[in-house]
Design a protein around this ligand. Sequence first.
Ligand code: HEM
Length: 487
Amino acid sequence: MNADDMQKPPRVPATILAAIGALVAGYIFRRMRRAPQTTSDIAPGPPSTAALRLLLPGGPDQITMFRRLQRRYGDVVRFTIGGRTVHLVSDPQDVKYVLQDNNRNYEKGRGLEKAKNLLGEGLLTSEGEQWRRQRRLIQPAFHRQKIATFAAKMTASTEAMLARWEPRAASGEPFDVSEEMMRLTLDIVAKTLFSAALDESEFNTVAQVMRPILQFATRRITSPFDFLDEWPTPANIRHQQRQDKLNEIVYRIIRERRSSAIVHDDLLGMLMAAQDEETGEQMSDRQLRDEVMTIFLAGHETTANLLSFLWALLSRQVAVRRQLVQEVDDVLEGRVPIVEDLAQLRITNLVIQETLRLYPPAWIIGRRTLEEDRIGGYRIPSQSGVLISPFIIHRHPGFWQNPEGFDPWRFTGEREQQRPRYAFLPFGGGPRLCIGNTFALTEAALVVAMVSQQYELNLVPGRPVETEAAFTLRPKNGVWVTLHARQ
Ligand code: HEM
C-alpha cells in the first residue's frame, strides 16, 4: 500500500450511498414539514445556561457579553437571565418602534422598579398616568430658556473647582479627574436645585453618602437575588441610614420653603410652583422628595462620566485638542462663557457628541412588554424584557464608519443626515427622552470651555482608562491626569 492508498477511504457501494442520501433527505424534509410555522418567530440566541455563565464572576462584563451576543446572533437576540426572557434589540428602526412608535406597550424594566426604594415615584421610575402628569409638571423647568438661567451657577461652580486646582497644577501631582467631575456635577445639580439652601457641611454630607448610595443601588439593581433586598443585612441597614440622611436634608429644605413667602428661582422653586394645567394640583412633599432625589441622582453621575471620558479622549487626541482650544480662545477671548457663546463652540460640541457616542453614560435602556409584540419579525412574549444598548448601537458597523475610531466630524451636516435617528441615542428617545439633555449638554460645554481656557489635562502613563458597565458606564479606576497650565 502506498501513501496515496492510505489516504483513500474504503470504497462504498453506490447503492448504499444512495440509500443514505435518501434517508438524510427524507429526514430533513420531514423536519421541515413538522417544524411549527412559529419556529422562525423565535429570535436566535444562546441556550440560557450559556448566557448565565457569561454573567458569573470572572466572566466578561455585561457590555462584552451583550456585544458578543449581538455579533453572533444579530440585531434581535433572545436569551434568558435568571429565568427571565430578554431580547437585546440593536437595529435603530426596531429601537424607534420600542421607544417611540409603540412606546405604550413598553414600561420601564425590572432594574428601575428596584430603584423605587430610593427614587420613589419620581420621573425616572414612575409609569402611566402618574408619569405623564409629573412630566407635564416638570418639563417647563427644563426648558432651554430656564437652563440658560442656570448657566451662571454652572460657571460659578466650575470657577471654584479651577481655583482648587491651582496647587495641583503647580505641583504637577497626578489626580483622578473623574472624582473632580463627580464633585463638580454634584455641586452644580445641588445649586440649581436648591440655590444656597445647602450649607457647606450639608453639601459634604450629600457628597459623602451619594457615592455609596449609588454603588449600593447599582448592585441591587443588577443582582438577580431580589429576596435579599428585604432582609435586614448590615449592608441594607447602612444603605437605609444613608438614605435617611439624604431624606432629612431634602425634607428640611422643602419644609423651610413651604413656611416662607419667598419664591426661589431654582429647580425646587419651579417644582413647588408648578401647577397641573388640568386639575390645578401641585406636588405633595413626598412627590417633591421623589423628584428631587431623581434629579439629584440622574443629574450628576451621567454628566460626570461624560466629562471624565472626554478628558481621557482629548489627552490622546492632541490635534483635536489644539483645534478645540483655539476655538475656545477665539470665541471667548479669555472671558467666562455664557449660554449665547455655546452655538459658536462648534468643535467643543462635536467632541462632546463623539464622547457620548463612544462612551454613552446610559449604556443600557431597559423595557418590559405589556402585551405580546413583534420586533424585527420576531415574537416578543408579554412581560418579557427588552434591552437597548446605546453602547452597542453607537458602535454598530452597519450604521457607523470606523465605529471604534474617534472622529468628531462624523456629527457634521451631511454625514449626520445619512444615519437613522436612532443610531445615536445617548439620551434615549420617545416620550421618555432624558428630560435633562439640554441641561447636561449646556453644563458639559461650559465646563469643557472653561477648563480648556486654563489647563491641558494629560493622562498619567501606566494608568489605563478602563470602562465599567455598572448602572452607568464609568471609568473603572478613574481617569488619572496631570494638569498643565496654559500660558
Ligand atoms: C450626559 C448626561 C446624561 C445622560 C447620558 C442621560 C441619559 C438618560 C437616558 C438615556 C434617559 C432615558 C432612560 C430610559 O428611557 O429608560 C434619561 C432619563 C432621565 N434623565 Fe438623563 N441623562 C443625562 C443627564 C441628565 C441630567 C443632567 C438630568 C437632570 C438634571 C437628567 C434627568 C433625567 C430624568 C429625570 C430622566 C427620566 C425622564 C422620564 O422618564 O421622563 N439626566 N437620561
